[in-house]
Design a protein around this ligand. Structure first.
Ligand code: GDP
Length: 192
């Protein structure tokens, strides 16, 4: 079942977000397919913007479900053209949110299934582990991995993230694969 997401607000700082009975967040480097995935989860075309200009200043976007629970789309990280100062702002924004946002129950960390985790993705995971932020890895763009390569790629990607193969959810926003399962996961985490 599609997630019935309604846009609530955008904010620069997590302290400006309204309270929530329970929240999950999506994070990943620019271009990983985060907007496409959120749109696929909601079965909407333009709920989250699919962007071909990654790296522009972005905000924390918040959506609500009919239950009142919320879903947050965090700005993408790691676009090379972003100047250092903007990167520092991003870092403060995201780290503040991840460490201090009380309703947060789980962070979905998106990793590109075609190319595997980047150095920045691994830094992000290590930081989350060190700070005890609960997360679930989602591998995107499943349709871009050749069927003959999939078994190896699943093993490789999970291993690089220090996980078992079954700990990673694989999705394709384009083809719809894995979307039902991820919708179920979001709902289960937010059963408030
Ligand atoms: P974001 O920057 O993380 O929000 O990524 P976008 O959702 O804007 O997607 C970045 C690019 O990847 C776009 O060109 C999308 O069309 C493409 N993309 C996203 N998801 C998929 C997918 O599941 N399969 C394929 N083949 N391409 C995808």
């Amino acid at each position: 079942m599609p997630l019935q997401l309604t846009f609530v607000t955008s904010a620069k700082r997590h302290v400006d977000l309204p309270d929530s009975p329970g929240e999950v967040a999506f994070v990943g480097r620019s271009n990983v397919g985060k907007s496409s995935l959120i749109n696929a989860l909601a079965n909407r075309r333009q709920l989250a913007k699919v962007s071909n200009t990654p790296g522009r200043t972005q905000l924390i976007n918040m959506f609500t479900l009919p239950s009142g629970a919320t879903v947050v789309d965090l700005p993408g990280y790691g676009y090379a053209a972003v100047p250092g100062r903007e990167r520092a702002t991003w870092q403060a924004m995201i780290e503040g949110y991840l460490l201090e946002r009380e309703p947060l129950v789980l962070v979905f960390v998106l990793v590109d299934g075609e190319i595997g985790p980047t150095k920045l993705d691994l830094q992000m995971l290590a930081w989350m582990q060190a700070n005890a932020v609960p997360y679930q890895i989602v591998a995107t763009k499943l349709d871009k991995v050749k069927p003959s390569k999939l078994a190896g790629r699943r093993q490789q990607l999970a291993g690089a993230c220090h996980l078992e193969e079954d700990d990673v959810l694989w999705v394709s926003a384009s083809k719809g694969s894995g979307i039902d399962r991820l919708q179920g996961h979001v709902n289960a985490m937010l059963s408030v």
